[in-house]
Design a protein around this ligand. Structure first.
Ligand SMILES: Nc1ncnc2c1ncn2[C@@H]1O[C@H](COP(=O)(O)OP(=O)(O)OP(=O)(O)O)[C@@H](O)[C@H]1O
Ligand SMILES: [Mg+2]
Length: 378
C-alpha cells in the first residue's frame, strides 16, 4: 500500500472513532480486537486477499480460545458444519446463498463472514422490489457525464463493482425481493466474473478474493422466484431454527446481553427465567404443541422467530430499567409477547387467549406470568 498522508490518517481515525460511537457498529468495528488477535495467531494458508484462513474465519463465527488466551465469542450458535461449508464456499468460485425462515441469523452470519474474510462488511446491496440495476452494476454521475462525457470518472460504482475490483466480499440482502431482470444482471458477474461496461467498451474484471454472499427468506418464495440459472451459481446453505430450547435460550441471552450493553441497560443475570419463558411460549406456538407434546396448540400468523424473542426481551429489559427495579419480570415481557403473537387482531387474539387459558394458566410456577399476560390482553 502507498504511504498514507497525515490527512488520510486523520480521516481514517475519525471514521474509526465514529464507528465506535455508532448506534450499531459494523461487525469489523465491534469485534476489531477479536479479528486482530485471530489474524495474528493464524498461521494457516489464506486464500488471496483474505484477512485470515478459512479455519480462523470459522473460529471467529463459532467462538473458542486462542493459544495466547484470547477468548473469541461465538457469533453463530448452531451446527459447526454449516459455517465450515459456508466459509469453504467463499474460497471457491461459487457464490454463497444463505437461505432460511425469518430470524435464523442469515443477515448476521453474512455480515460476520464478510467482516472476517475481507475486513469490511459494508459492501452491501439491500434487495427490495425497487432495487434497480444501478445498485448491482453501476450508475452515472450525471453532472460529470454531461460535462466530460462517459468515462470511468463519471461512473458511480455499486458495492458489487467495488468488491470485484478490490477482491472483497459483496453482500446482497433479500435476493428474492429483487425484480427478476435485476437479479439476472448477477449471472454474468457470477459466471464470467466480469462486469461489462458497454458505454465505454470496457469491463471490470473481478480480482481474486471477490465473492458474493446473498441472503433469502423462505417465506418470500414466490415474491420473485430465483431463476434456476442464477441459483446454479450459488452454493445454498440453509440456516435452521435453533434445534433445542436450550440453544435458543442461549442465543437470546447472549444477544440481549450484547444489545443491552450497547444501550447502557443494566445487566440482567436474574432475567434468565423470563427469557426461558419467552422462548418456551414462542417455540410452543411455532411448533403447534406444548414442550411435553401433550397438548396441541394453534399457531398464530406471526413468525415468532428467535429475532423477535430477542427484541421482546430487550424491550422488557428497558421497561424494567426505566420503570421497574431493574429486574426483568413477567410484567415487563408480557406486552412485547402480545405484540409479537397477535399480528392479526381477530384470529390471533383468539389463538392467544386459548393458549393462555389452556396452557399458561395450568403451568406450575407460571401464575405471575399468566396474570401479567391477562392484564395486557384485556
Ligand atoms: N443460531 C443463531 N446464532 C446466533 N444468533 C442468532 C441465531 N439465530 C438468530 N440469531 C440472532 O437473531 C437476530 C436476527 O438475525 P438476522 O437478522 O440475521 O435474521 P435473518 O435470518 O436475516 O432474518 P430475516 O429473514 O428476517 O432477514 C440476530 O441478532 C442474531 O444474532
Ligand atoms: Mg435478514
Amino acid at each position: 500500500m502507498s504511504k498514507t498522508s497525515a490527512a488520510e490518517e486523520k480521516a481514517d481515525s475519525s471514521s474509526a472513532e465514529q464507528g465506535a460511537q455508532a448506534l450499531r457498529p459494523h461487525a469489523e468495528d465491534a469485534f476489531a480486537d477479536e479479528l486482530r488477535a485471530l489474524a495474528a495467531a493464524d498461521d494457516r494458508p489464506r486464500p488471496e486477499r483474505w484477512k485470515m484462513s478459512p479455519w480462523a474465519v470459522s473460529l471467529y463465527l463459532m467462538g473458542g480460545t486462542l493459544p495466547d488466551g484470547t477468548v473469541i465469542s461465538p457469533k453463530y450458535v448452531g451446527p459447526r458444519r454449516i459455517i465450515e461449508v459456508a466459509v469453504t464456499t467463499l474460497a471457491t468460485d461459487r457464490a454463497l446463498l444463505l437461505l432460511g425462515v425469518p430470524g435464523t441469523a442469515k443477515t448476521w452470519v453474512s455480515e460476520h463472514l464478510a467482516a472476517a474474510v475481507s475486513g469490511d462488511s459494508t459492501l452491501l446491496v439491500q434487495g427490495t422490489a425497487g432495487t434497480a440495476e444501478e445498485a448491482v452494476r453501476y450508475g452515472w454521475n450525471y453532472a460529470q457525464l454531461l460535462t466530460n462525457g462517459p468515462s470511468r470518472r463519471a461512473m458511480v460504482h455499486s458495492p458489487v463493482m467495488r468488491a470485484m475490483s478490490d477482491g472483497m466480499i459483496a453482500r446482497v440482502e433479500e435476493l428474492t425481493r429483487i425484480p427478476a431482470d435485476v437479479q439476472d444482471s448477477l449471472i454474468t458477474i457470477l459466471s464470467e466474473k466480469t462486469l461489462p461496461i458497454p458505454e465505454l467498451g470496457d469491463e471490470v474484471q473481478a480480482v481474486r478474493g471477490f465473492n458474493l454472499i446473498a441472503t433469502a427468506n423462505d417465506r418470500d418464495r414466490g415474491v420473485n422466484e430465483l431463476s434456476s440459472a442464477l441459483r446454479r451459481r450459488f452454493n445454498t446453505v440453509v440456516l435452521p431454527l435453533p434445534a433445542s430450547s436450550e440453544a435458543e435460550v442461549e442465543i437470546v441471552s447472549r444477544r440481549v446481553e450484547q444489545i443491552g450493553r450497547s444501550l447502557d441497560l443494566p445487566p440482567a443475570p436474574e432475567g434468565l427465567e423470563e427469557i426461558r419463558r419467552v422462548v418456551t411460549v414462542f417455540r410452543e406456538l411455532r411448533d403447534g404443541a406444548t414442550v411435553d407434546g401433550r397438548t396441541k396448540v394453534k399457531s398464530p400468523s406471526g413468525t415468532l422467530s428467535t429475532a423477535e424473542a430477542i427484541s421482546v426481551v430487550t424491550g422488557g429489559l428497558a421497561l424494567s430499567a426505566h420503570f421497574g427495579d431493574g429486574r426483568l419480570r413477567a410484567a415487563d415481557v408480557a406486552a412485547g409477547i402480545l405484540g409479537a403473537v397477535v399480528r392479526d387482531p381477530a384470529a390471533d387474539s383468539v389463538i392467544w387467549q386459548e393458549y393462555l387459558e389452556t396452557v399458561v394458566r395450568e403451568r406450575d410456577g407460571w401464575k405471575d406470568f399468566y396474570r401479567a399476560c391477562r392484564e395486557v390482553s384485556a
